[in-house]
Design a protein around this ligand. Sequence first.
Ligand SMILES: [Zn+2]
Length: 292
Amino acid sequence: MTASGAMPHPWIEAILRCPDCSSGLIAQPRGWRCSVCSWASQDPRDLQPQTPRELTLTHRRQAPAAPDQLLEALPTEPPPLTYAGPTALRDSSAFLSEMKQRLQPGATVLDLGCGPRDQQLPIESLGFRYLGVDVDSRAADLLVDAHCLPFQDQSFDAVLSYAVLEHLRDPFVALREITRVLRPGGLYLGTVSQGEPFHASYFHHTAWGLLALFSSQPELETLRLWAAIDTLESLARMGRYPKVIRKALAGLHRLQVDVPQLAPRKARWPRKALQIDALYRAGSIGFVARRG
Ligand SMILES: [Zn+2]
């Protein structure tokens, strides 16, 4: 959407704000400056904060409802796959299916932590406008910090964060920002690591952890959680074990999938119990939430 060093598209320029003080930005011959504080950038892609600031976060002492009961009440299977367009490097067909079903053509999608920006083509193929941001990626349209997004309130119809939450040093602050930039009815979708080993990451989330995190934003309603990959498979792919150990882990994963007779008790379990069981074992958890 933008070549490196070029000013962003007008629809993006219209929603930008200062990452330090939230005031409006003024375009410069090169980059931006804040209309109020001293923040300025010589690179039109760089919208990261420059001055440490204190912020106030409301912490609710009251625990959310029992997480096991919440899980029982939520859909815990992957969304029905209705998307059949171009594919991304990292498979996102579950999220594309949700967006296709729930968003209108022309909707704006923020890919927060876009990495190689591989979701642009599939998202644009659905008629949506795409903005890919990252803290450090040559492919990103803009460089931002998820803890202080340089966007005005209610700027996006959806935020996708694919394998991002575990890399944030304060997911509660970031989630407040994500909720803030979503329009009412907007979607927050993505995956988060649970059993994927440490990979330059801070907080890996269990299903209960995700429910607690999402409940910190009262406007945010969790629509669905599911096991996106099993931990044994994650360990085989990224466990930093010797190759022979990783092959053995992959074999154990196949055994666990292909030979359900290994756990005869579970043959009598209802589908819902098996889905929750898979969430307990998940290497990565997929989620869809909506701002009310
Ligand atoms: Zn400012």
